[in-house]
Write a protein that binds this ligand. Structure first.
Ligand SMILES: Cc1ncc(C[n+]2csc(CCOP(=O)(O)OP(=O)(O)O)c2C)c(N)n1
Length: 348
């Protein structure tokens, strides 16, 4: 029987839902989600430390707290489906099956990294795994997702594109243009809003006429749904339904995964613009704590087996750091201009 949700939780987080595993997911698959959530948590926790110690170049944005969204969504996709990402993309890469060692090498500016050390955190793509790329330009992943979905529609290969973006991104004109085109052409896209209720220092309610982003779907005559963004199983269920609709040719959907940004906007943000005592209670809802309580409470898994999964995630990230720092090499000076400009004739 579902547990009663307290008034206090309801008032703070109205879309909170208790964890209940989807019927079509084996325990093994649920534990794989638990591993990936831990892997993302550990990756971005270490990235923050390494950035502070000046091992990592460029800026980095943490996916800590948002793990349930990427992992829940990607578990509901086929390996050959597409995703597009944001400036906060490490979680998307890992959830879609990317290589943590290659990503860690890239963040260290090493030649063995995803972009041969030239791109850094916000430019990681892994097309072989269907990950079309992170981007520092808010909103720029949206038309990419529509384009990928259009290609799949023309080819009839049954692939779906999930467009991850923040709540801030939904205020860009390109969001509306992308949703409109996908709706008009019935394209297989899922617009998945990671609504952490903040865009850098700006609270959503200060800049949105309608804070319920999923309700904007009515303007485009497509389905829209809101889910608890800290609950990987609810994200999975919503994406599964939306992906099945899209594959049947029924067009795009909007899913708003609501949660709270638990850390600063970027790794060194000490957040003078918000009262951190109001953020603290949100840690109660974070996915690792809740999944652990669920598996133990339902007597599905023993604590020692969950500990072993958590340790495996830690070991895998320790190995990735070791690889980036000890086994990888600096990019040779002669490769400075490689992959930067296309070789070709200029035609006037
Ligand atoms: C086109 C563009 N405008 C502004 C920025 C600066 N900027 C970087 S992240 C960000 C906030 C994005 O907020 P949101 O989409 O909610 O994502 P979140 O960071 O909360 O995950 C802004 C305004 C940018 N990178 N690109």
């Amino acid at each position: 029987m579902a547990k009663k949700i307290s008034q206090k939780v309801r008032a703070m987080f109205p879309c909170y839902t208790e964890l209940e595993a989807p019927k079509d997911l084996s325990l093994e698959a649920q534990l794989e989600m638990y591993y990936k959530i831990n892997l993302i948590r550990e990756f971005d926790t270490k990235v923050r430390e390494l950035w502070m110690e000046k091992h990592i170049y460029g800026l980095a944005h943490s996916y800590v707290g948002a793990e349930a969204i990427a992992v829940g969504a990607c578990a509901a996709l086929r390996p050959d489906d597409w995703i597009t990402s944001t400036h906060r993309g490490h979680g998307h890469v890992i959830a879609k099956g990317g290589d943590v060692s290659k990503m860690m090498a890239e963040l260290h500016g090493k030649f063995e990294g995803y972009n041969r050390g030239k791109g850094g955190s916000m430019h990681i793509a892994d097309v072989a795994h269907g990950m079309l790329g992170a981007t520092g330009i808010v909103g720029s992943g949206m038309p990419l997702a529509v384009g990928a979905a259009y290609a799949s529609d023309l080819k009839g290969d049954g692939k779906v594109a999930v467009c991850f973006h923040g709540d801030g991104g939904t205020h860009q004109g390109v969001w509306h243009e992308s949703v409109n085109m996908a709706a008009a052409w019935s394209l297989p896209v899922i617009f998945l809003t990671e609504n952490n209720q903040m865009a850098i220092a700006t609270r959503l309610e200060c800049v949105a006429g309608e804070c319920n982003i999923h309700l904007r779907s009515t303007a485009y005559c497509i389905p829209g749904e809101i889910v608890d963004g800290f609950n990987p199983f609810e994200v999975y269920k919503a994406v599964k339904v939306a992906a099945e609709q899209a594959r049947r040719g029924e067009g795009p959907s909007i899913i708003e995964a609501r949660f709270m940004r638990l850390l600063g906007h970027f790794v060194a943000d000490d957040q003078p613009y918000r009262d951190l005592s109001k953020v603290e209670p949100w840690w109660e809802f974070e996915p690792i704590k809740r999944m652990r309580a669920y598996f133990l409470g339902q007597k599905l898994v023993k604590a020692r087996d969950l500990n072993a999964i958590e340790q495996r995630a830690k070991d895998d990230i320790a190995h990735a750091i070791d690889y980036a720092q000890k086994a990888c090499t600096e990019p040779p000076a002669g490769t400075l201009y490689d992959d930067v400009y296309a070789h070709g004739e200029i035609i006037y």
